[in-house]
Design a binder for this molecule. Structure first.
Ligand code: ATP
Ligand code: MG
Length: 661
């Protein structure tokens, strides 16, 4: 493969302040380098030390890494632990027991709080209720819940009795839910009558009924229903119980069930950005270690912090940085039921001010939409709120365009807070490439350097190293504790997707393209491997052109770039653009398209000029907010879409984009 040319030059560098360095757990680059060196010199010793220091084992492990059945790696495989005990029981008898574990703000702005001790009692009682349904260690439980305390309690309760949970995001259809129930072979569904989002009451239980009525879900023995609102819902006698009924008479004490370190803590489906979602199976020991460790490393958790991760528990981010990490770290976290645009698009900023959030973690898609909102309506601009409590900002989910990064840094972080641009995946279990707030000098749009012990590299199609400065495929060369163990029910797909034979079968293939800076070695994600463009022999990442478009800050809110076959140039660049003003048509559209073409030519070079530019009110996105370029590729080619669109948020947009030209 010829090198991908890196055309996007980013010269802005933001080193951490002296105060930040001084106070941080990983203090300065020398401290980071010392850890990275320790991992290189004694890989197993390094992980075994961290696993002993950060996890409470009911039976200590004697073996750190078992590679005998690679790529089905095992970590700490003769050790035993319980994940829930590591998040809750471990704090009892320490000053954390009476600390607030969760501050909950509902869709309509009501606030409630729960201490660690109270949360433990709730989780234990729910665990007993699960047991009373006959649910046992090893059983699978599907959780289809609104964002809130009860969802976290349900996850922790499963972990407590050794049941494997599979959370399905509350926005998914009956069909997607049914497929996941069948694939997991679940014995129970935990759900709610309704969920509240943006002031609307939306049925959840009715969707569960519909899914179960579709057939094939005979493994389901019980459905537990949380009454989130007063509106009644259909209940099937003998199968369905309200939480109140299920919890009645159950003790608030429940001994945590020790499980093997490799016991599957959960199955979670990927977002479906690049294809049919994969059921990622995670372990208990390695996963938990990572959730705890990255809270300390990446977010530099301190006892006085108030942590807010805006992700839903239906995504991996809501697993590692809502349901497990913050509790394992013993911090206070904010959980928000609603959406960032209700009742107005300043809601996030208002909540940061009100709760004095110190560490804030969200997605580029949210940032981009709030930038757009605040530029059309001054009243929702972050400057209207006091955000001085913030000390660290984070992003995850997609590459963040440098211009969006700068806005976040300036208007939310007050040019004071480092931004940790955390690169990771459902499969990695937690952060793998990310800046550390008290060490890494930041570069907008770069996820910078791998965490200590993560042997990230960039290779060509045969798995050979590519020198810094040229792009290729992102791989991780050695296993790490929180890595995916297999694809549930499909070990062959696991091997083929992540450890392809063509690359030697030993490298973990992330599926993302990346380039390392020639001088600093910093990583920058250039787009999905499938999205690399080849225009007249020049290889370019989609991200480069998208970032150039978004850098036209007076006009462009969001952009997605794909390739389509072209007789002359091999591939032609096709850009789908959302403007900060209403969607233009006719002559106006032509004029703006020309202006944007010339802009890209100036920013990157004539080779990167999009041949087609189409305008839309929005872009097709997964329910986790990511742009689905694979659908745009079909539209650009003029094909009808026959792909899996079960995780598409806004199907109507496909028609609009197909019509525009
Ligand atoms: P599927 O695997 O089903 O196609 P998906 O890859 O979108 O869906 P996730 O596991 O939710 O599912 O997302 C992981 C992907 O998100 C990464 O592979 C990467 O493309 C993108 N990503 C996450 N964080 C970052 C980041 N900080 N910078 C760049 N890309 C990121
Ligand atoms: Mg993926």
């Amino acid at each position: 493969m010829s090198a991908i040319e890196s055309v996007l030059v980013e010269n802005r560098v933001f080193p951490p302040s002296d105060a930040m360095v001084k106070a941080a757990r990983i203090s300065g680059m020398a401290a980071y380098e010392a850890l990275a060196k320790e991992a290189e010199q004694d890989f197993e010793g390094f992980w075994s030390r961290l696993a002993r220091d950060n996890v409470q084992w009911t039976k200590p492990f004697t073996k750190t890494l078992d590679e005998s059945n690679a790529p089905f790696y095992k970590w700490f495989s003769d050790g035993e632990l319980n994940a829930s005990a590591n998040c809750l029981d471990k704090h009892i008898g320490t000053p954390v027991e009476n600390k607030t574990a969760i501050v909950f703000e509902s869709d309509d702005g009501k606030v409630s709080q729960l201490t660690y001790k109270e949360l433990l009692a709730k989780v234990s009682q729910f665990a007993n209720a699960l047991k009373a349904q006959g649910i046992q260690k090893g059983d699978r439980v599907v959780i289809y819940m609104p964002m809130g305390v009860e969802g976290v309690v349900a996850m922790q309760a499963c972990a407590r009795i050794g049941a494997t949970h599979s959370v399905v995001f509350g926005g998914f259809s009956a069909k997607s839910l049914q497929e996941r129930i069948i694939d997991a072979g679940a014995v129970a569904v935990v759900t709610a009558n309704y969920q509240m989002r943006g002031g609307k009451e939306l049925g959840l239980k009715s969707i569960v009924d519909e899914a179960l009525d579709m057939g094939g879900c005979d493994t389901i023995k019980s459905v537990l229903v949380f009454n989130r609102t007063a509106t009644p819902c259909n209940m099937v006698a003998g199968r369905d119980k309200t939480f109140d009924e299920a919890l009645k008479g159950q003790s608030t004490e429940c001994k945590p069930e020790p499980v093997n370190a490799e016991h599957p803590l959960f199955i979670l489906y990927t977002s479906g950005s690049t294809g049919k979602p994969k059921g990622v199976q995670h372990s208990t020991g390695g996963y938990l270690l990572w959730a705890k460790l990255t809270m300390d490393w990446t977010f530099d958790m301190k006892p006085q912090d108030l942590f807010w991760c805006t992700a839903d528990i239906g995504w991996i981010t809501g697993h590692s940085y809502v349901a497990y990490g913050p509790l394992a770290a013993g911090c206070t976290q904010l959980i928000f039921e609603g959406i960032p645009t209700f009742p107005h698009s300043g809601r996030f900023w208002q909540m940061i001010e009100q709760h004095k959030v110190t560490v804030f973690y969200t997605a580029p898609t949210a940032i981009r939409s709030l930038i757009k909102a605040s530029e059309t309506d001054e009243k929702v601009h972050p400057k209207n709120w006091d955000l001085t409590s913030l000390r660290i900002l984070g992003t995850v989910g997609e590459p963040i365009n440098p211009e969006a990064w700068m806005w976040y840094y300036k208007h939310v972080g007050g040019e004071r807070c480092p931004i940790v641009d955390t690169f990771w995946q459902t499969e990695t279990g937690g952060h793998v490439i990310t800046p550390l707030p008290g060490a890494t000098p930041l570069v907008p749009g770069s996820c910078t350097l791998p965490l200590p012990g993560i042997m990230a590299a960039i290779v060509d199609e045969a798995g050979h190293d590519i020198p810094n400065g040229s792009g290729g495929m992102l791989v991780i060369k050695r296993p790490w504790p929180s890595m995916i163990r297999t694809i549930w029910n499909d070990p062959e797909r696991f091997k083929k997707s992540y450890f392809p034979e063509e690359m030697g079968g030993k490298l973990y293939l992330a599926g993302d393209g990346a380039v390392r800076d020639a001088k600093t070695g910093y990583f920058r994600i250039t787009g999905r491997i499938d999205d690399v463009l080849n225009v007249s022999g020049h290889r370019m990442g989609t991200m480069e052109i998208e970032s150039a478009l978004v850098a036209k800050t007076d006009l462009v809110a969001e952009a997605a770039v794909v390739g389509r076959p072209d007789d002359l140039t091999g591939e032609a660049i096709c850009a789908f653009v959302v403007l900060k003003r209403p969607r233009p048509t006719g002559e106006e559209a032509k004029k703006i398209a020309n202006e944007l073409r010339n802009w890209v030519a100036r920013e990157i070079g004539p080779i990167a000029k999009p041949k087609d530019i189409r305008f839309g009110d929005n872009l097709p996105k997964t329910r986790s907010g990511k742009i689905m370029r694979r659908l745009l590729r079909s539209i650009a080619k003029g094909e009808t879409i026959t792909q899996d669109i079960t995780t598409l948020e806004n199907p109507a947009i496909l028609e609009q984009l197909a019509q525009t030209n």
